[in-house]
Design a protein around this ligand. Structure first.
Ligand code: ZN
Length: 128
């Protein structure tokens, strides 16, 4: 999809987060406090990425998951920007920036997928 088409389809914030690796302000997004059952899809290509079954309240103000729906659907990349060493999460299908992954999550994985609401589209209903 061309940049022009993406700019027309996405909100300015969705574009900034997914295409320019932006970060929405904490507690500002649509899904940080969402507890409904359902599936979180990539806002750009609609690939299912996360499910409500692995979502938890991290207190961070961003939607947080302890595991991706399918590890192959989320690409993890070392990110050394901003003077930090972090792991960036991208949609493996379209390359959209999703957020970062930290090692302070709950069991069983110990991981925290700290995602931006702007990168996700929540589909209520079955979580699979
Ligand atoms: Zn995608």
């Amino acid at each position: 999809m061309s940049e022009q088409a993406l700019r027309e389809r996405l909100t300015p914030e969705q574009f900034a987060v997914t295409q320019q690796s932006g970060t929405e302000p904490a507690f500002s997004g649509a899904y940080w406090d969402t507890k409904d059952a359902g599936t979180y899809r990539c806002i750009v290509c609609e690939t299912p990425l996360f499910t409500s079954e692995t979502k938890y309240d991290s207190g961070s103000g961003w939607p947080s998951f302890w595991e991706a729906l399918d590890a192959e659907k989320v690409t993890l990349i070392e990110d050394r920007s901003h003077g930090m060493r972090r792991v960036e999460a991208q949609c493996a299908t379209c390359g959209a920036h999703l957020g970062h992954v930290f090692n302070d999550g709950p069991r069983p994985t110990g991981q925290r997928f700290c995602m931006n609401s702007a990168s996700l589209d929540f589909v209520p209903g079955s979580s699979r």
